[in-house]
Design a protein around this ligand. Structure first.
Ligand code: NAD
Ligand code: MG
Length: 394
């Protein structure tokens, strides 16, 4: 029996890598739904190759263009849907077994939540959705009986190092701490003064991973690791003080679990997202990913160092938001999305990103994150505040 797959964000870096893995394991999967935001041409090519039952593109004009182009193609049976709600509804289809949540940012929250509520096998790359909604997403997973598997390389590594039978959301016994590794990004060892001058191209040129622009900038500011600390806290039910970040520039050890008996379990491999994607798609089995084995003799220098909170304050801001709880993580995330966008548009400098996030966190009112409307409200208010603060730097 093939498994029906829906990819939210199929035209992005994770979406394309997922389709690479599916192409290698064609007999095991059928692509049911693909979604994209703007890249209609790539979505068209993906539809022609994978012939999904549904393709979603939110803007009606783009959807109409896609419909016309598909009409006389090999994928004439693909139904094209528009509107934000269609992103959620394709995750709920009966023929969909697996949903890959690979939209970037809080924009992915509602469709990811819909997949969780529908009890699907949910492969989570979209960390911002979990950072924003926290316990709400985790309880949707446990109520519906959905299976949540992390795609983020660090969290997938931690999941693989958990005891047999482990399910995301459980607090496994016998763990002293989780050790999240961080490459340090393109500006590891760059001093604060030099950081003020860095360009968008430099910030997006990650030394080890090829990723979308937003996560590349987050990796350069270390906010990505901050978001990942929050993500790990919800996925593995751990407190902030049980999660440590260790800079490991080679990105070979993807993360580690430190057990109370002194054992440390690590997952190692090439820095290639097809490994966690193949693992989570096939879990609890294994399948080919197209990634070659790690050669230890040519990767014989693995080094570790402490993160520099003074030069990269985003990590500290994220720890503080996690400790504060409530809507603080949603506010942190929204302010960061606005500031990163501002940097990518060249309206603010790289070093202004943490300043905008910190000011927004200080002035936003933090309330209980007890409903999706409450977190969405916190998200919109934080975006307005962050835009105001950003004007001071333009
Ligand atoms: P990307 O920018 O390459 O792709 C994003 C995808 O989301 C695209 O398909 C885009 O069309 C879609 N999208 C963007 N905005 C949307 C909106 N408003 N509505 C609907 N669709 C929208 O991003 P990426 O690098 O693939 O990252 C995706 C997610 O996975 C992010 O949350 C990121 O943090 C996480 N992640 C990525 C990597 C990686 O290696 N790229 C690794 C770990 C985690
Ligand atoms: Mg990661």
């Amino acid at each position: 029996m093939t498994k029906g797959v829906c990819i939210l964000g199929s035209t992005g870096s994770i979406g394309v890598s997922t389709l690479d893995v599916l192409r290698l394991n064609k007999a095991a999967y059928s692509v049911q739904a693909l979604t994209a935001n703007k890249n209609m041409d790539l979505l068209l090519a993906q539809c022609i190759e994978f012939k999904p039952n549904y393709a979603v593109i939110p803007e009606p004009e783009l959807a109409e263009k896609l419909r016309k182009k598909l009409q006389h193609s090999d994928a004439a049976d693909t139904v094209v849907l528009s509107g934000e709600d269609s992103l959620a509804s394709v995750t709920e289809l009966q023929q969909v077994d697996i949903v890959v949540a690979a939209i970037v940012g809080a924009a992915g929250l509602l469709p990811t939540l819909a997949a969780a509520n529908a009890g699907k096998k949910l492969l989570l790359a979209n960390k911002e959705a979990l950072v924003v909604s926290g316990d709400l997403l985790m309880s949707a997973v446990s109520k519906s009986g959905a299976t949540l598997l992390p795609l983020d390389s660090e969290h997938n590594a931690l999941f693989q190092c958990m005891p047999a039978g482990y399910r995301a959301g459980q607090c496994a016994a016998g763990i002293r701490k989780l050790i999240l590794t961080a490459s340090g990004g393109p500006f590891l060892h760059t001093n604060k003064a030099a950081l003020a001058q860095v360009t968008v191209a430099q910030a997006c040129a990650h030394p080890n991973w090829s990723m979308g622009k937003k996560i590349s900038v987050d990796s350069a500011t270390m906010m990505n690791k901050g978001l990942e600390v929050i993500e790990a806290s919800y996925l593995f039910d751990m407190r902030a003080d049980q999660i440590e970040v260790l800079v490991h520039p080679q990105s070979i050890v993807h993360s580690m679990v430190d057990y109370i008996d002194g054992s440390i379990l690590a997952q190692l491999g090439q820095p290639d997202m097809r490994t966690p994607i193949a693992h989570a798609l096939a879990w609890p089995d294994r399948q080919y990913s197209g990634v070659s084995a790690l050669d230890f003799l040519s990767n014989n220098q693995l080094s570790f160092e402490a993160p520099n909170d003074e030069v990269f304050p985003c990590l500290r801001l994220a720890y503080n938001a996690l400790k504060e709880k409530g809507t603080a993580p949603a506010v942190l995330n929204a302010a960061n999305e606005v500031a990163v966008e501002g940097f990518l548009n060249e309206s603010i400098r790289f070093v202004d990103i943490p300043a905008v996030v910190e000011k927004t966190l200080t002035s936003a009112s933090i309330v209980a994150a007890d409903s999706i409307p409450a977190v969405l409200q916190a998200d919109s208010e934080a975006r307005l505040l962050a835009q105001q603060f950003m004007r001071a730097y333009q």
